[in-house]
Design a binder for this molecule. Structure first.
Ligand SMILES: Cc1cc2nc3c(=O)[nH]c(=O)nc-3n(C[C@H](O)[C@H](O)[C@H](O)COP(=O)(O)O)c2cc1C
Length: 372
């Protein structure tokens, strides 16, 4: 018996996919795929080093169309040519013991112009990117429907490549969230206007993904959805909007909903009960109707246990698994004191961190903790 036994209970999702424990590797962009979007050897080594412990690994977000690419070295799920190399990634993760899930994504207004054909950056409505460096134009209704279809096509490729599921990236300010947000969606057609119409794009994407699964998967294949529960700006997504999104998602028979937060215990600002942790409110609202994944600045075994006391069944670790690839094995072996929770300047090779990701980490002060 160990106080951590709770972390090691298997879970079987609605689709029939089973994860051996409650720890998920959070989706993390690593800037290390080949320029054409195919999977690189550095990327395979990085995941191989980290897939022995978590029950499930969610990969870096993969763009579903050419104009949805938001990062250099982003893996692609946008053409059939990607499938062969995606197979290697699925196998690498699965052979090490974890379920392998691809996060599917369109960057919308956050795509740098130089990564998008003709610099033609698109969003729900005409708007600047969040840092003001790019001006995006509004998608036409027809183009919007094409992107919905592209999420379905990307799902088919993920199935063909042998993965266990997809996670729809509806979080962190990318295109799906841009359609849900009253800040970036000022449309007056069927894709925007009322709260109900702002839900149209996220729900159409879920339907396209589920349709692809029904059509192409001949084995259990899971569909998860990641969302950010609040936006800092006004008008923007509030906790009440998020409850409405959750209610709509819960009708879609998803395997899980992943709540993207930088800090698990962060408090609500607008809507719901301001000042109370968002995650507690979401757990209460969902009331066990769909499994939730919680995430955000959790590093030690005890921090994860405390988060699970909110009744969140699954916990994702992001930065911690970059800094400590063997986190789960160490907890299991009673070696929690040997877990590394900060980086050292000479850690790159030992921790099998791809060069481009390491460069981003060291050039972004405050993002990762560094030991003296
Ligand atoms: C290097 C890095 C890349 C990330 N890329 C993604 C991504 O592709 N998709 C996504 O949904 N979140 C991404 N995130 C956010 C993480 O999934 C996670 O929500 C966040 O880092 C907070 O969790 P943590 O404190 O455990 O790292 C990224 C975070 C990091 C550190």
């Amino acid at each position: 018996m160990s106080k951590y036994d709770k972390l090691f209970e298997p879970i079987t999702f609605k689709s029939g996919v089973r994860a051996e424990n409650r720890i998920v590797m959070a989706p993390m962009t690593h800037y290390s795929s080949n320029d054409d979007g195919t999977i690189s050897d550095a990327e395979l080594r990085y995941y191989a080093e980290r897939a022995k412990g978590p029950g499930m690994v969610v990969t870096a977000c993969a763009n579903v169309t050419e104009n949805g690419k938001a990062f250099t070295g982003q893996p692609g799920a946008h053409t059939d040519e990607m499938v062969e190399s995606m197979k290697k990634l699925a196998q690498t993760i699965q052979q090490n013991g974890a379920k392998a899930v691809v996060q599917i994504h369109h960057g919308g207004r956050e795509c740098p112009a130089e990564l998008v054909p003709g610099g033609d950056v698109v969003s729900a409505s005409e708007t600047d990117s969040s840092d003001g460096s790019v001006h995006a134009r509004a998608l036409t209704g027809e183009e919007t429907a094409e992107i919905v279809k592209a999420f379905g096509e990307a799902t088919r490729r993920v199935i063909e490549a042998g993965f266990d599921g997809v996670e729809i990236h509806g979080a962190n300010g990318y295109l799906i969230q841009q359609f849900f947000s009253p800040y970036t969606n000022r449309r007056e057609d069927e894709w925007g206007g009322s709260l109900e119409k702002r839900l149209a794009f996220p729900l159409a994407v879920v339907d396209a993904v589920k349709k692809a699964v029904a059509e192409y998967a001949d084995r259990p294949f899971l569909v998860g959805y990641r969302l950010s529960p609040e936006e800092p700006y006004e008008p923007g997504i509030t906790m009440d909007d998020t409850f409405a999104l959750l209610d709509a998602l819960m009708e879609k028979e998803l395997d899980y909903v992943h709540i993207s937060l930088q800090h698990f215990w962060s408090k609500a600002r607008r809507g719901g009960e301001p000042g109370r942790p968002r995650m507690e409110q979401i757990v209460e609202h969902v009331a066990g109707r769909v499994p939730l994944i919680g995430v955000g600045s959790l590093h030690t075994g005890d921090e994860v246990l405390k988060a699970m006391e909110t009744d969140v069944p699954l916990i994702a670790l992001g930065r911690e698994l970059v800094m400590e690839p063997h986190w789960v094995e160490k907890i299991k072996a009673g070696q929690e004191d040997a877990i590394q929770t900060a980086l050292r300047k000479d850690d790159r090779e030992r921790l099998v961190i791809p060069e481009p990701l390491w460069k981003m980490i060291i050039s972004t002060p405050g993002w990762f903790p560094f030991a003296e």
